[in-house]
Design a binder for this molecule. Structure first.
Ligand code: ZN
Ligand code: ZN
Length: 341
């Protein structure tokens, strides 16, 4: 089969590799679509990936082979696969910190989803595969995993009906956080930097969306929240300034969720005024990744059209033309890019 093999940043080769061989508790999936995620890009850019690796994890495809012991899935099933699975039994899992489970990363998809086929390991077959309905396209199904990361953030923040949520950022994860917050019943305000992205946010469910280069976001947030500030601020950009700024946008007793990936910031440190934390009860937390439970919850949100992802896919490329996709990604003139083998 062919796979997109990483050599160096901007040096990926679409080349022949061995087709994975599955074990009795595993499945083989023919990849139909795979989302390009910022983590794929950062892994390559900051050389966290080793030469020879195949990246890609936001995957959907057709099941083409099942191991002898696999009873819950059949050849021909249209599936989406979450590339992680927690053990469910360790200290961290029992405390709701599934992404810290030592088993979480151990089992995965091989060689990586930027390939024609993937082998799905046993625990994933049990916990991390969903059969997608006919009306859900393979492309839409690639968005289950990023949506799941937002499901986790929204539930960590306890967002519910009547909460006001400010999302800082206008990339795909900001849009998904906006939609998932909306599905939880919140009033959603989005603050971005690009007109071309702020406008779709309104169509996708944000109640208000602004370009903060043009207006004072603080004034707007205070105006929309009875002068209090937002109950929750989700910082969906990797900017320490944005985290700093969010302290002036959150209400007393509110929550700030640091969601952006800070891998592109060499030392993401912050000088933090602790008075709002101590005296005003502002809570600062981070959210990273998702559990299998979040993945299934995200799948239901997409299935029930509570989160709409079709409109978010702005570009498609065959994996062979990955470099072009990467350049579009880096230009930021896009929302979600989906790749096809
Ligand atoms: Zn991802
Ligand atoms: Zn565990």
């Amino acid at each position: 089969m062919k796979a997109l093999v990483y050599r160096d940043f901007n040096d990926f080769k679409w080349e022949e590799v061995e087709t994975p061989v599955i074990g009795p508790d595993e499945i083989l999936v023919r990849v139909m679509a795979c989302g390009l995620c910022s983590t794929d890009v950062w892994k390559a850019m900051y050389h966290e990936a080793k030469p020879g690796m195949v990246l890609g994890h936001e995957v959907s495809g057709e099941l083409v082979e099942t191991g002898l012991n696999v009873a819950n899935l059949r050849i021909g099933d249209r599936v989406a696969v979450f590339h992680r699975a927690e053990c469910g039994a360790c200290y961290y899992c029992k405390h709701g910190d599934e992404t810290l489970c030592s088993e979480y990363r151990r089992q995965s998809i091989f060689p990586g989803a930027f390939a024609e086929y993937i082998r799905v390991t046993p625990r994933l077959v049990q916990k991390s595969v969903v059969k997608i309905p006919d009306e859900m396209t393979y492309e839409e199904a690639t968005m289950i995993e990023p949506t799941a990361c937002c499901v986790r953030a929204v539930s960590k923040c306890g967002i519910s009906v009547d909460d006001s949520v400010l999302i800082i950022g206008d990339g795909p994860m900001a849009m998904l956080n906006a939609q998932v917050s909306k599905s939880a019943g919140a009033l959603v305000i989005l603050s971005g930097h690009h007109d071309s992205r702020v406008e779709p946010a309104l169509r996708l469910g944000a109640d208000y969306a602004f370009n903060s280069k043009k207006i004072s976001i603080r004034e707007k947030v205070l105006e929309l929240t009875g002068g209090r500030g937002a109950d929750v601020v989700i910082v969906a950009v990797s900017s320490t300034d944005a985290v700093q700024q969010s302290l002036k946008l959150v209400r007393e007793g509110g929550k700030i969720c640091v969601f952006g990936d800070f891998r592109d910031v060499p030392q993401p440190s912050l000088s933090l005024d602790l008075k709002p934390v101590v005296h005003n009860g502002v809570k600062i937390l981070g959210s990273w990744g998702c559990s299998t439970k979040d993945y299934h919850a995200a799948f239901n949100l997409l299935k029930n059209r509570k989160v709409r992802v079709k409109e978010m896919i702005t570009h498609r490329f065959p994996l062979e033309r990955f470099t072009e996709a990467l350049n579009v990604f880096l230009s930021k003139d896009c929302l979600k890019i989906v790749l096809h083998p």
